[in-house]
Write a protein that binds this ligand. Structure first.
Ligand SMILES: [Cu+2]
Length: 386
């Protein structure tokens, strides 16, 4: 009897040794405090552990085109190029490429309150096609319009309203609030336009790198996990409430996001997101168009728009996109994310360029300060799995 018990104890132990490492719970690549896993492309998504910094750098590449009105793609040459009469245009965009390098820093002051600041450097390139008269007068089919510079600075606070556990929550709800500050520019000008008299005039709305206004941001974040799944929902509104120095403002912008992540390894997480985006039109033209006639035929405000890009009504709409990605932890306290986004539905106030695809690479580092409960000098605390 005793022998039999010992034997079964031995078998049980061997069984445990073999199978326990496989069934061990994942705690997430990031600190348990923020929920463990969260897509890195959601502004204000995860938060650092209390009294810790998080530095995030991200490189984004986005391609837009062709032009679309409503849910229908347009053919430049057949439908849009012609005299600048309001229905057809002298110059139309074919494709836009945006390169954006983002940097952000976040710090948690208490278990429930964190602040973050983010800023980008943007480069825009837009391939433009001329109508027949401009093609003959310039001797070229079109040109690539460019602009680059720093974006607006976003400062956000995140306050946790609910959590089911203070140190390692599996359910939490937070509110976000903050401001986008006008550090970007709204008077970028043409520099390489082959058409006489166009260089030095104002570039269209989306080639500008800022909104020109102080914009309030509010949002909510819901995060849950049931190992090995992490999931949640976010919504964020950026309102544009007054006119900038050029006398216009951007349409308000609502973004929402549902995400589902599956941790497949102690250092690897797969992620999927459904992202939505609503934006209104611009409320009117900049002073330099409305009064000085820049962007209009004949250089006068009564002339038709040279390009659909100058019309404030050709912006905004509703978009839905799917993002698939992967997160990887190369060393403790570091996380890398690679993600690709493709649109699945776009109903746009047009004609305007529609989204084509987006690629994003993000790297972040957590830095515990001496006040952090994870602080162990220069070594990461192994017992917590970081
Ligand atoms: Cu975390």
């Amino acid at each position: 009897m005793l022998k039999k018990n010992l034997l079964s104890l031995l078998i049980a132990n061997v069984f445990l040794l073999i199978f326990v490492p496989l069934s061990q719970a994942y705690i997430g690549l990031c600190c348990a405090h923020c929920g463990g896993n969260m897509p890195l492309n959601i502004p204000g998504g995860g938060i650092p552990e209390t009294h810790e910094f998080r530095f995030k750098v991200s490189q984004m590449f986005m391609v837009m085109g062709p032009l679309r009105d409503g849910t229908r793609d347009l053919d430049n040459a057949a439908e849009l190029l012609g005299p600048a009469n309001g229905t057809t245009f002298a110059v139309t965009p074919e494709e836009m490429r945006t390169y954006m390098t983002m940097a952000s820093v976040a710090y948690s002051f208490t278990d429930d309150f964190a602040m973050m600041a983010m800023m980008s450097y943007i480069r825009n390139e837009m391939d433009m096609q001329f109508n027949t008269p401009l093609q003959s007068s310039t001797g070229t089919r079109g040109f690539t319009m460019t602009s680059d510079g720093q974006s607006d600075l976003t400062v956000l606070g995140k306050y946790r309203l609910y959590k089911d556990d203070n140190l390692a929550p599996t359910k939490q709800a937070s509110v976000l609030f903050g401001l986008s500050l006008p550090t970007g520019e709204i008077e970028k000008e043409f520099t390489n336009n082959p058409v006489n008299g166009q260089n030095g005039t104002i570039l269209p709305f989306r080639m500008q790198t800022g909104s020109g206004t102080v914009d309030p941001i509010i949002g909510v974040t819901l995060q849950s996990s049931t190992d090995p799944w992490w999931y949640g929902a976010n919504a964020q509104l950026e309102a544009h409430v007054y006119n900038n120095d050029q006398g216009y403002r951007r349409g308000s912008e609502l973004r929402y996001d549902f995400y589902l992540m599956r941790q497949v390894h102690s250092r690897v997480v797969l992620l999927g997101e459904l992202q939505g985006w609503y934006e209104g039109t611009f409320n009117r033209e900049p002073y330099r168009g409305r009064i000085l006639g820049e962007g209009h035929a004949g250089g006068t405000p009564s002339g038709g728009f040279l390009s659909p890009l100058f019309d404030p009504k050709n912006y905004g709409g509703h978009k839905l996109a799917v993002t698939l990605g992967l997160q990887f932890q190369p060393i403790p306290l570091h996380v890398v994310e690679m993600a690709a986004t493709i649109p699945i539905y776009q109903d746009l106030n047009g004609p305007q360029l529609r989204d084509d695809y987006m690629l994003q690479f993000t790297y972040y580092v957590e830095l515990p300060t001496k006040k952090s409960r994870r602080y162990t000098g220069f070594k990461a605390p192994k017992e917590l799995g970081f």
